[in-house]
Design a protein around this ligand. Structure first.
Ligand code: ADP
Ligand code: ADP
Ligand code: MG
Length: 503
């Protein structure tokens, strides 16, 4: 066992800050790395020491594994936390780190390698009793053979890149006549995006839910599950709203999924924090999708309902400590929601919207947590993921977590760029969401850009209200006096609520 004294966080933005906060609480010194685009970022200021890696593109900065290891040697760092994205699921990097005599805060390179390939992962878990989506168990290259297998599985099917990730590298094929073209595209995309053209076929589950299980394993063979996260609200196969627990998972289903997830972890001798993703069909049958061998973006909702700090757990596990609790000690406390606030324009196909954060005020109050990596006045760089912040709420139950989230969205003030805040408000207020009766098709089924115009945001209403006051006063040709008030009738309740002017 070796106590970590100085930790380098090989990441940026909200996750770098979030990791450093836990490290500080543990009395560990922190080192930030950054690109030229992130010179003024909060994660750089927060760290005890910071080193510039190079120009903005991640291939010239955050992905420079050798340079990062060099920095560790120069500064006497003894451990690296990779966060998510970037080098976090790179087995070669994990190996280099360990070979350099440093601690990698994450699983072994072997676990990363097996689970980094969706095909190898399926093979590894096949010895265990874990349900898999019907499909091919190996890479498929021959078109005729592939067509034959697809027909057996039954359309619609999904062609998936074995090395895919981040919602990329998937193609739905509705019928046989489209198969050949889609297959060719899938292979060439997989080759160019992931440097590995291996693809396989899976039954496309038409109205699935995405439910995943958080696991923690130590280096002494103890593995527990920290319940589920429901992540079905997605756009482009990428999550936007997550919650724990799921509205549809019963205690029996939770136990079955949890035990399956522990099985997946054991199948690759997993230690550290990891996430086992499942796809769930309309009849609540669940199938193993993949394992993410790192801290997940949406880990805070699990922290809120379990009271565990997953980054501290990762650090303790990396130091060689045994878990100091068992499965029986874990309990679900209340309900938690997370929304990802992206710099994207929901009215324009969720295209990234880059610019300056002219106004940036975080919501506050009971049950609210904001994990972000920006300050007012900063530019959102074009080089990285367009996520600005994660807004997390915790409540005694689902209703409270939702109403708290809507309140927090209303209190969040962001101008200068378009964000997904209004979209999230729309989703949280939708009957399908409040009833819990939704799947990964939510956006496709219910969302058209004009729904956002119909329900004006509070901010816009405020602005309109202010304009209306001005108009009203001009019309009447009189100055606003303090003292008496009069409600101005209007169609909008917010107008009525706010427009208390004298007359
Ligand atoms: P999560 O379930 O945590 O959201 P994602 O698969 O969405 O996991 O990925 C988390 C982060 O890692 C995102 O910022 C995403 O853009 C990035 N990421 C994941 N896989 C890849 C990949 N293969 N190539 C590039 N970025 C990736
Ligand atoms: P990634 O590595 O990109 O995260 P996943 O295999 O986890 O890839 O799939 C991402 C998302 O794509 C899932 O959350 C789900 O919405 C959708 N998806 C994946 N596999 C299937 C399937 N067989 N049927 C229907 N949807 C799927
Ligand atoms: Mg996934």
């Amino acid at each position: 066992m070796s106590k970590i004294q100085k930790l380098l966080v090989a990441n940026r933005g909200e996750i770098a800050l979030r990791i450093m906060r836990s490290a500080r609480e543990l009395g560990i010194q922190t080192v930030a790395v950054y690109s030229e685009a992130d010179r003024l970022s909060p994660h750089v200021k927060y760290a005890d020491e910071a080193v510039c890696l190079g120009p903005p593109p991640s291939s010239l900065s955050y992905l420079l594994s050798d340079k990062i290891i060099e920095v560790c040697k120069e500064l006497g760092v003894d451990a690296i936390h990779p966060g998510y994205g970037f080098l976090s699921e790179n087995a070669d990097f994990a190996k280099k780190v360990t070979d350099a005599g440093l601690i990698f805060v994450g699983p072994s390179p072997e676990s990363i390698e097996v689970m980094g390939s969706k095909l190898a992962a399926k093979q590894a878990v096949s010895k265990y009793d874990i349900p898999l989506v019907p499909g091919t168990e190996e890479a498929i290259t021959d078109i005729a053979e592939a067509k034959h297998r697809a027909a057996e599985i039954g359309y619609p099917i999904l062609i998936k890149a074995s090395a895919g990730g981040g919602g990329k590298g998937m193609r739905i094929v509705e019928s046989e006549e489209d198969f050949e073209e889609q297959m060719q595209r899938a292979v060439s995309e997989a080759q160019s995006a992931f440097g590995d053209g291996a693809v396989f076929i899976e039954k496309f589950i038409t109205s699935p839910r995405h439910i995943e299980i958080q696991v923690l394993g130590d280096q002494h063979g103890n593995t527990v599950y920290l319940f589920e996260r429901e992540c079905s609200i997605q756009r482009r196969h990428q999550k936007v709203i997550e919650e724990a627990p799921s509205a549809v998972v019963s205690p029996e289903m939770r136990k079955a999924m949890g035990e399956a997830a522990v099985g997946v972890a054991k199948a690759c001798n997993y230690y550290g924090a990891g996430t086992v993703e499942f796809i769930v069909d309309e009849n609540l049958n669940f199938y193993f999708l993949e394992m993410n061998t790192r801290l997940q973006v949406e880990h805070p909702v699990t922290e809120m309902i379990t009271g565990k700090d997953l980054v501290k757990e990762q650090i303790w596990i990396a130091e060689g400590k045994a878990l100091n609790f068992t499965q029986e000690d874990l309990q679900i406390n209340g309900h938690s929601l997370e929304i990802r606030v992206y710099a994207e324009d929901p009215k324009n196909n969720f295209l990234p919207d880059i610019g300056k954060l002219q106004t940036y005020r975080r919501p506050q109050g009971p049950g609210i947590r904001v994990d972000d990596g920006f300050e007012e006045g900063m530019d959102i760089p074009i080089y990285y993921d367009p996520m600005i912040a994660k807004l997390i709420t915790h409540g005694q139950n689902r209703e409270e977590a939702i109403s708290r989230m809507i309140r927090a969205i209303d209190d969040y003030q962001i101008t200068g760029i378009q964000t997904t805040l209004d979209f999230c408000r729309f989703a949280l207020q939708h009957e399908a969401f409040t009833s819990g009766n939704f799947d990964t098709k939510f956006v496709e089924k219910y969302f058209q850009p004009d729904v956002l115009d119909q329900s004006l945001s509070e901010k816009e209403e405020e602005l309109l209200a202010a304009l209306a006051v001005e108009f009203f006063l001009q019309e009447k040709g009189q100055e606003k006096k303090v003292g008496t008030t009069q409600e101005v009738a209007s169609g909008s309740s917010a107008w009525r609520k706010r427009l208390k002017i004298d007359g």
